[in-house]
Design a binder for this molecule. Structure first.
Ligand code: IVH
Length: 671
């Protein structure tokens, strides 16, 4: 071989290996710059030596001249759909049916996530990609070879030792959630269509006549089956075939598992369901497949679905319901939140009758009208959202919803700060809704945690005029509380005791309880740890405040504004006067700050202490604690029963420790 030919071959091989490591294994072997330099070199050499052209070169993924129209192609084997199972019982029946037909007691199943994307079939002849097609009606689809070739996870050539003459690989084209968010942000910025969800975006990107557009979309192909073959030596089971496809260069799900019997399959379903929200791709269930090909063959098909596979569907995360009205809630800081009142609908595993509309901008974007049919989404623990209105189903021309101009509670004209999404009622001290919300915040668990004084009692106290500000709570008598409607002497005493007990607290709780705008629990902790006393915080300069890890210019301004108001200073004086007290710590000691600079999350049930106590220990050792796992988390302390936080930490490759390891760190630090 000539020198340029050798170099071209070597570059192609190296780029293929790097690409697989990056796209299939999420384990980059080279930097982006190294990859780009090698690709450029290869392109230059190929231009100089057109005689060594190869359609499977990594340079051939950029997209072609646009097509005039799509061509229909027949599938050599139909692309089937799947029957659905909605419960463990359905899976049990599925196993019983098949085991009886085969004359066996139980079956080995291959379980895999059911990816919520677009099906695609890839045809390889002598190892080269020759055609890609959509599912279409199952018998024939559209030729999308030009688009498939631009997808990094579609091998242009199989990496196998002995090439099958013909091999058809089937799988799902998806867009990962993170990439979807970025794509939509770009689309919006360019004034182009914003996609409803990753599946629609994947479908739209695959059905492009211009493959240069497809090339810019973050599509990922994940293989899940083999279709038609000629002269292919494939393994005897589905699970081994997936491993074969992976070796051949395809991305496959990392969550594939073989199990014995339906109960184990259902157990797999439960484990995947817990991880669902933390995953990077949308899934809508689990596919359970009889693993043995010989058994699959004997079971065969009914109508358009195989007998040997079933889709165990998850509860839908989106449903259609009707918008009955919109309420406007006044928050603690005066922000007005529009809340959609919905005809109750079962979605994401619960009945939903309200959904947040966030703010005036979101309302404008949705342009919903009262009476509209709307799509409601509830994913995991996230509060229900309205995705969009089904405008086509709108009857007549209902009026546009107009955001109120005055506070629904105190009638003060509403204002909107420049560059802020929220519309507010600025009547902070006189607006009953805000005063009540401030009281609720003050007694809440993360603030002063006054057990026995709930929302109902607070509203009664407020409405009867007994309590207008949080300081009034500490001047209440048992008799006053006992005289309220439906209050006995015993519960009144309990409430007063709880209020009394709350006087001894921590600086960070007190600070959080004050309800300073943008000062959440974590910020309050950071401020308390940094300054050590309330006086130091109240008199801190803008610059001094901004030195605290959690505090930026906006938060610092809110803190300064809070303490500059005479009414707030008076309130604090009154609270101190009634006996609120905590131990000031001066600048936190750094002697045993072994966790300094680290961010921890605590989850699950711990044996020897509560999660709060563990968090306090982390902070005492100089670490920071947060509530949710992200790529910025350093360590997850996980006890038994840890759920989605654990799986997310695993998927992000974070350090995970158990209670005994934690105990060791604590004792080694001498605490
Ligand atoms: S196997 C004959 N496995 O679900 C078996 N399908 O309702 C055919 N899908 O259009 C499919 N993830 O595109 C299989 N791991 C998976 C899947 C999967 C998603 C899609 C597939 C098909 C639909 C069937």
């Amino acid at each position: 071989m000539s020198t340029p030919e050798l170099e071209i071959m070597a570059l192609r091989e190296r780029l293929d290996v790097w690409s697989l490591a990056y796209h299939r294994d999420d384990n980059p072997l080279a930097s982006d710059a190294e990859y780009d330099t090698a690709l450029r070199r290869l392109r230059d050499l190929e231009l100089l030596h057109p005689e060594y052209f190869s359609a499977s070169s990594p340079t051939q993924r950029v997209g072609d001249t646009p097509l005039g129209e799509f061509v229909s192609v027949g599938h050599k084997l139909p692309m089937l759909s799947l029957d659905n199972a909605f419960s463990g019982d359905d899976l049990a029946a599925f196993e019983e049916r098949n085991a009886a037909k085969l004359g066996v007691h139980s079956l080995t199943f291959c379980c895999e996530p059911k990816l919520d994307g677009v099906a695609m079939s890839l045809l390889y002849e002598d190892g080269n990609l020759v055609r890609a097609a959509t599912r279409g009606d199952g018998s024939s689809g559209e030729d999308i070879t030009h688009n498939a070739r631009t997808i990094d996870t579609v091998p242009l050539r199989l990496r196998v030792l002995s090439c099958p003459k013909v091999l058809e690989v089937r799988g799902e084209v998806v867009i990962p959630r993170g990439a979807f968010a970025t794509l939509n942000a770009q689309q919006a910025q360019r004034g182009e269509t914003v996609f409803q969800n990753p599946r629609n975006a994947a479908a739209g990107s695959l059905r492009q006549l211009n493959s240069r557009v497809t090339a810019t979309r973050p599509l990922v192909f994940m293989a899940y089956a083999v279709g038609y073959t000629e002269e292919a030596e494939l393994p005897a089971t589905h699970s081994h075939t997936l491993a074969y496809l992976r070796d051949a260069g395809f991305k496959t799900s990392g969550l594939i598992e073989c199990v014995e019997g339906w109960a184990a399959a259902e157990h797999y379903v439960e484990r995947i369901l817990v991880q669902r929200d933390a995953m990077d791709v949308d899934i809508d269930g689990v596919v359970v497949k009889v693993d043995d090909f010989a058994q699959q063959q004997r079971l065969g098909f009914v109508a358009r679905a195989p007998r040997w596979a079933i889709a165990r569907k998850f509860p839908a995360q989106e449903e259609v319901t009707r918008l009955l009205g919109i309420d406007y809630q006044v928050g603690r800081t005066g922000a007005i939140t529009p809340v959609a009142r919905l005809k109750p609908v079962f979605v994401g595993g619960v009945t939903v009758s309200n959904a947040t509309l966030h703010n005036v901008d979101e309302m404008a974007r949705l342009d919903i009208r009262i009476g509209d049919e709307v799509i409601v989404r509830r994913a995991g623990d996230v509060i229900p959202q309205i995705v969009r209105s089904l405008v086509d189903r709108r009857v007549g021309n209902p009026e546009t919803v107009i955001f109120p101009s005055h506070c629904p509670d105190c009638s003060t004209p509403l204002t909107r700060d420049l560059d802020e999404a929220a519309i507010r009622c600025d009547n902070r001290t006189g607006c009953p809704a805000q005063q009540k919300a401030a009281l609720e915040h003050f007694v809440s668990r993360k603030a002063l945690d006054i057990d026995g004084v709930g929302e109902k009692l607070l509203h009664q106290l407020f409405d009867t005029g007994l309590v207008r500000s949080v300081a009034d709570l500490y001047e209440l008598t048992v008799e006053q509380v006992a005289a309220l409607d439906r209050m006995g002497l015993k519960s009144a005493q309990k409430a007063i005791d709880a209020i009394d007990k709350s006087k001894v607290t921590d600086l960070h709780r007190f600070l959080y309880a004050l309800g300073i705008r943008e000062v959440g629990e974590a910020t309050a902790r950071a401020l308390a740890a940094h300054f050590g006393s309330l006086d130091a915080i109240a008199s801190a300069s803008q610059n001094a405040l901004e030195e605290v890890s959690d505090v930026g210019p906006v938060v610092a301004t809110h803190i300064r504004r809070y303490f500059s108001l005479e009414s707030n200073r008076r309130l604090i004086d009154r609270l101190l006067h009634v006996g609120m007290d905590w131990v000031d710590t001066q600048e936190s000691s750094h002697a045993n700050a072994v966790l300094a600079g680290q961010t921890w999350v605590v989850t699950g049930k711990l044996e020897s202490m509560s999660r709060d106590a563990a968090g306090a220990l982390v902070r005492r050792l100089g670490g920071q604690t947060v509530g949710s796992v992200s790529k910025n988390t350093d360590v997850l302390l996980a006890g038994p029963g840890a759920g989605s936080k654990l799986s997310k930490a695993q998927s992000l490759g974070l350090k995970i420790i158990d209670e005994s390891e934690f105990a060791k760190i604590v004792s080694e630090a001498g605490v």
